[in-house]
Design a protein around this ligand. Structure first.
Ligand code: Q9C
Ligand code: ZN
Length: 370
C-alpha cells in the first residue's frame, strides 16, 4: 500500500540553462535512475503534472511579471537562444511552459492528498521555486511553486493553516516575502548564513503586522552538519509546529546542504536527510497534517539523487529507511548500517549558541519555547 504520491515527468528535463550551470537536467535524470534502481518507483503512486493556469500563478505573482516572461519566451523562441532573467536564472525556448508545469505539479500534489490513502506527496520538478519573488525571477527560480501550492491548498482544499519548512541551504527569500504578513502560512527556513541571497535570512526577520512571529529563520554557520540540523529541528521546529497546529505541512526540499554539494558548505549526509525526513513523518503524525515536498536545490547529482530517494522512501513507508539498505555499497557515506547522525558540526558551540539565541528570541511568541 502506497502512502506517497510522486509527481514527476521527463518534460522537466527540457528546461535548459547555459552550459556548466549547476541547475541541469542531469539532476532529474539521476533521480529517475535511482528511483528505478532501488525499486522505490514501483512502491509509490505516480501522477502526471498539469500546467498551472494564469489565475493560479497570479495568486502570488504580479500579472505584469507573467506578461514580461511571455515576451522573454518570444525572444528565446525567435532567437532559438537561452535568455537571462537575472545573473543566475535563464529561459530557454521551452522554459515558460515547463515552469508552468512545475507550478501545476504542486497543485496536483496538493490535490492528491484528498485521497485518504495518501499521507504525503512529492514534486520532483525543475526549475525550482523558493527564490522567486512576486515580480522577479531569482536564483534559478521562475515561479514560486511552493507558495502557489500553499495558496491553492487554502483556497481549494480548505486547509487553513499551512506550515512550510525550507531545508534548502539557501534562504527561501521568495517564500518568506510572500507570506511575511500572513499568520495563516508559517514559514521556517534553515540556511547557511551569511550566504547567498545576501540581504535576507536573519532570525530577527520574524514577520510583520498580523504575521509577526510566524516567520522563523534558522541561520546556521558554514560547517553545520547532521547534529546541528537535528538539534535545531528538535528544539525549534517541532515545538513551534505543534503549537501552531497546521492543517498542512509543506517542505521546500533542497539538498544543497549535503556535505558533497558543490554550492554549499554545510555537512548534512545522506543518512542525515533520511533522519530529517523521519522527523517530518513524526511531525505529520503528531500534528495530524499531511506533507507535500517540493524539490528545490541540490547540485551533486549523486548525493542529490540518493538523498531525494531517501526522503521519498521514508515518507512512503512512514518510517526510517536506512539509505545503506537502499543503495548498498553505492552510497557515498561509508558505513551502510548507520542510523545515527554521521556528521557533527565544525564548531558545535557556535551552532548551540545560535539555536539558543533563536529560541530566546522566539519565546515571546511561542510558549513551547519557554
Ligand atoms: N551570483 C537554489 O538552490 N548563487 N538556488 C549566486 C552569485 C545563486 C541557488 C552566486 C544560487 C541559487 C534553488
Ligand atoms: Zn539552494
Amino acid at each position: 500500500m502506497s502512502k506517497l504520491v510522486l509527481v514527476r515527468d521527463t518534460r522537466f528535463q527540457d528546461h535548459l540553462n547555459p552550459e556548466l550551470h549547476p541547475e541541469s537536467p542531469q539532476r532529474l535524470k539521476a533521480i529517475d535512475k535511482v528511483l528505478k534502481r532501488t525499486q522505490v518507483i514501483a512502491e509509490v503512486r505516480q501522477e502526471a503534472p498539469r500546467p498551472a493556469s494564469e489565475d493560479d500563478l497570479c495568486v502570488v505573482h504580479e500579472p505584469a511579471y507573467i506578461e514580461h516572461l511571455q515576451s522573454d519566451r518570444e525572444k528565446a523562441r525567435k532567437s532559438c537562444r537561452i535568455v537571462p532573467l537575472d545573473a543566475d536564472t535563464f529561459m530557454c525556448p521551452d522554459t515558460y511552459e515547463i515552469a508552468r508545469l512545475a507550478a501545476g505539479a504542486g497543485l496536483v500534489a496538493v490535490e492528491a492528498l484528498k485521497n485518504p490513502d495518501a499521507t504525503s506527496s512529492f514534486v520532483a520538478v525543475r526549475p525550482p521555486g523558493h527564490h522567486a519573488l512576486e515580480d522577479k525571477a531569482m536564483g534559478f527560480c521562475i515561479f514560486n511553486n511552493i507558495a502557489i501550492a500553499a495558496r491553492y491548498a487554502q483556497k481549494h482544499l480548505g486547509l487553513k493553516k499551512v506550515f512550510i519548512i525550507d531545508w534548502d541551504v539557501h534562504h527561501g527569500n521568495g517564500t518568506q516575502a510572500m507570506f511575511y504578513n500572513d499568520p495563516t502560512v508559517f514559514f521556517v527556513s534553515f540556511h547557511q548564513y551569511p550566504f547567498w541571497p545576501p540581504d535576507t535570512g536573519w532570525y530577527k526577520e520574524d514577520g510583520a503586522g498580523d504575521g509577526k512571529g510566524y516567520n522563523l529563520n534558522i541561520p546556521l554557520p558554514a560547517g553545520t552538519g547532521d547534529r546541528g540540523y537535528l538539534k535545531a529541528w528538535d528544539e525549534l521546529v517541532r515545538p513551534v509546529c505543534l503549537e501552531y497546529g497546521p492543517d498542512l505541512i509543506m517542505l521546500s526540499a533542497g539538498y544543497d546542504a549535503h556535505q558533497f554539494d558543490p554550492l554549499g558548505q554545510q555537512q548534512i549526509t545522506t543518512d542525515g536527510y533520511a533522519l530529517l525526513s523521519e522527523r517530518l513523518v513524526d511531525l505529520s503524525c503528531a500534528s495530524g497534517a499531511k506533507v507535500v515536498g517540493f524539490l528545490e536545490g541540490g547540485y551533486n547529482t549523486n548525493t542529490l539523487s540518493q538523498s531525494v530517494v531517501s526522503t521519498i522512501a521514508v515518507l512512503n513507508s512512514g518510517k526510517l529507511v536506512v539509505p545503506g539498505a537502499l543503495f548498498g555499497g553505492a552510497r557515498h557515506t561509508g558505513d551502510e548500517t548507520l542510523v545515527k547522525p554521521v556528521t557533527g558540526d565544525r564548531d558545535p558551540a557556535q551552532v548551540d549558541e545560535r539555536i539558543a539565541d533563536i529560541k530566546a528570541y522566539f519565546a515571546k511568541y511561542w510558549r513551547s519555547l519557554r
